[in-house]
Design a binder for this molecule. Structure first.
Ligand code: BGC
Length: 260
């Protein structure tokens, strides 16, 4: 955990700012590091966006609580607010302060639906190709203000893999889900004061509901296909880890990936 958001080689997303190098032994906040002064960066294009928070000091925030329509609670438990009023990443230092490209200070909540079936003896899941970086991914997304996780899971899948049009088979699939993960995500967007969290739920077709399903990429997706879960394939962000949890859940082991 906490590797993708300590990369100092490439500049931070959509910027020319580099993270300060944080050695493994200094990640935890409890380790004294008096001279730690990383750059403060909040992507200017996120300012004044309806989905983005105001700056700290310009508004009142209810940390670790539901704050209006924003859920500021973390799946990891209570996070700490520093002496200047900034929430601290529960996994420790990232080498960058500020909100980065994320919309919320503190936790930014996403949800990831893994829709699966057994096809010719293979466990397969529905993946989409992301418009932003061309990577294959689980069709997840950010939880809208006030939205229930169960709604986000359905909405994101319908938008990205069904071009916004639901059908009776997929409605049937949503009735039974198994939660695979709930927590912090190692994500390149994370900073010392803003980070990604997600809930991953597996919806498995144990009949033949999805045998003839037609998928069509929509919204933030430009492609959609079934992927064999036990074949090594590079996936977006921490999604390979979620597929590992999926395999474990179904009692399947897969060969080790070359880049493991
Ligand atoms: C993506 C999710 C992902 C999360 C954390 C969100 O933007 O839509 O699929 O799990 O970020 O990386």
């Amino acid at each position: 955990m906490h590797l993708k958001c300590r990369d100092t080689e490439k500049p931070y997303l959509r910027s020319e700012i580099h993270r300060v190098e944080v050695p493994d032994e200094k990640v935890e906040w409890t380790v004294e590091w008096a001279s730690y002064k990383p750059t403060v960066y909040t992507d200017p294009s996120t300012n004044n966006k309806p989905w983005a928070d105001k700056n700290i000091g310009e508004a009142t925030f209810k940390w670790n609580q539901i704050d209006g329509k924003t859920d500021r609670r973390s799946h990891t438990g209570q996070y700490v607010i520093d002496d200047y009023g900034y929430p601290l990443n529960p996994m420790g230092r990232t080498g960058l302060r500020g909100r980065g490209v994320l919309g919320k200070w503190g936790p930014n909540h996403a949800a990831d639906p893994i829709v699966t079936r057994i096809h010719k003896g293979q466990l397969q899941f529905v993946a989409i190709k992301r418009r932003d970086n061309g990577e294959w991914a689980i069709p997840g997304g950010m939880i809208d203000p006030g939205e229930a996780v169960s709604e986000t899971l359905k909405r994101e899948f319908t938008e990205e893999a069904l071009e916004g049009v639901t059908n009776k088979d997929i409605e049937e699939i949503w009735k039974k889900g198994s939660e695979l993960y709930r927590g912090y995500v190692d994500d390149p967007r994370n900073t010392d004061n803003a980070w990604m969290e997600t809930v991953v739920v597996n919806f498995h077709d144990d009949g033949e509901l999805l045998e003839c399903a037609e998928f069509k990429a929509g919204d933030d997706a430009v492609g959609v296909r079934w992927i064999n879960a036990n074949l090594p394939e590079k996936l977006y962000a921490s999604h390979e880890y979620f597929i590992e949890l999926l395999l474990k859940h179904h009692g399947i082991s897969r060969p080790k990936m070359e880049y493991d």
